[in-house]
Design a binder for this molecule. Structure first.
Ligand code: AMP
Length: 413
């Protein structure tokens, strides 16, 4: 069905066309008519499904003309997401006279104060900074007609639910509320029951299935060869843009440094970086100035970084949900992508959990022409064999996961 048949305002359809969207994505097909009809909606959908436009298009259509009192509030868990949704909404609303203000922490108040003072139809905000503005009286929520709680599970993870509840209480009871969340844990279910009225639930795809267009591969490797394998992988694959995920900020900095030394155009994104540095990293990555973005999980949820050809998990994520969020950066919309995971023996338990979560086994692959210093990484061992080997080779650590990663041979000179 084309966008024209969904009942959107002509100026909004013009905006959609200018974005180059040819037809609605499944979540747009289902959410747009419901939100246009004034229904509360729970959207259980992964990132990359087009959910921003799914709520923005019908809401912008309903607003019609500019009014200086804010009528729409979109809450986002991180500054990056808020900035991204702000850009997407401005793009979609470009043929209207509607105004959008974005409000998040880590930057000065002056620009935000001014945007709020001059009057805005729509506010995209992170909870903490919005509460500051409400306290200072720079804005009010008593004319809010549409409330969107985006990435609600992420807000839960970050401990924002009490702030979210305080904000919801400041909005009029008579309003339309939409809640989007990749997963619906009990706390989010409770929030939805409290904040939404007779919501319609839209579930796109299997909640647990990662983007199906993605090719998943595991590269077993020993810890001390991880950086070398990463460099070899980058040389080996034909990538346009790649995000490398690390477990900690420190590891991200270190890998960023190694890649830089090896002449990769690389940016690093994690929460110890200043807002300016984070914006520059994202902007540079989007425009192609950087071909590699090294990031902690801060970048894995919701960020719309288009056309990422490869996601490389330098470290196996500790939670299966994070794997799904990380690989959500590639294989977006209709394009395909590759998700590579470097796995050391100690990761076996986490890899098992990921495979159970996504409902499939991920292929173990050996990188051709890479000088593996350890053998038997690729043979699955039975527990008895494993124990026997463990006894026969000294100084070799083995995990219980069935993969043996010991030295090929260690000769004394
Ligand atoms: P989102 O899930 O909102 O983060 O959107 C993911 C990506 O899909 C963004 O780059 C959007 O610009 C893009 N997108 C959204 N809707 C459509 C559509 N109908 N057709 C093609 N791309 C879309």
């Amino acid at each position: 069905m084309p966008f024209e048949k969904l009942g959107l305002a002509p100026a909004i359809i013009q905006g959609v066309k200018a974005m180059g969207y040819l037809e609605p994505t499944p979540i747009q097909l289902r959410a747009i008519p419901l939100i246009l009809a004034g229904q509360d909606v729970i959207g259980s959908a992964q990132t990359g499904t087009g959910k921003t436009a799914a709520f923005a298009l019908p809401i912008l259509s309903r607003l019609e003309h500019h009014d200086p009192r804010p009528r729409v509030l979109v809450l986002e868990p991180t500054r990056e997401l808020a900035a991204q949704v702000d850009t997407a909404v401005r793009d979609l609303a470009r043929f209207t006279n509607l105004r959008v203000a974005v409000v998040y922490g880590g930057v000065g108040y002056e620009r935000q104060n001014q945007a709020l003072r001059t009057g805005t139809d729509l506010i995209v905000a992170t909870p903490g900074r919005l509460l500051d503005h409400l306290q200072q009286g720079t804005t009010r929520l008593d004319h809010i007609q549409y409330l969107v709680l985006d990435e609600a599970d992420r807000m839960l993870d970050m401990g924002f639910l009490p702030d979210v509840r305080r904000i919801v209480q400041k909005c009029p009871r008579q309003r339309h509320t939409s809640l989007f969340s990749a997963t619906i844990p009990p706390e989010i279910d409770a929030l939805a029951k409290w904040a939404l009225v007779h919501p319609q639930t839209i579930e796109i795809g299997l909640r647990r299935s990662p983007a199906e267009t993605v090719r998943h591969v595991i590269y077993p490797v020993a810890e001390e060869q991880k950086a070398d394998l990463l460099l070899a992988l980058l040389d080996h694959v034909n990538y346009d843009s790649v995000i490398v995920f690390c477990r900690t900020k420190h590891r991200a900095d270190r890998i960023g440094h190694v890649l830089k030394k090896n002449n990769h155009a690389v940016a690093v994104l994690h929460s110890n970086r200043t807002q300016r540095e984070r914006e520059q990293a994202l902007q540079g990555f989007r425009t192609g100035r950087y071909e590699v973005l090294v990031a902690t999980d801060i970048a894995s949820r919701g960020l719309d970084i288009a056309d990422v050809s490869h996601v490389i998990n330098y470290d196996v994520p500790q939670h299966p949900e994070d794997y799904v969020h990380r690989i959500g950066r590639t294989g977006r919309a209709q394009s395909t992508g590759d998700a590579f995971t470097l796995m050391v023996t100690e990761d076996a338990r986490h890899v098992d959990a990921i495979e159970r979560f996504i409902g499939r086994k991920v292929e173990r692959v050996k990188l051709p022409n890479f000088d593996y210093k350890h053998s038997l990484l690729f043979t699955e061992q039975r527990p008895g064999e494993l124990a026997a080997q463990q006894r026969s080779i000294r100084g070799v650590r083995l995990s219980g996961g069935g993969y043996y990663c010991g030295p090929v041979r260690r000769r004394r000179r």
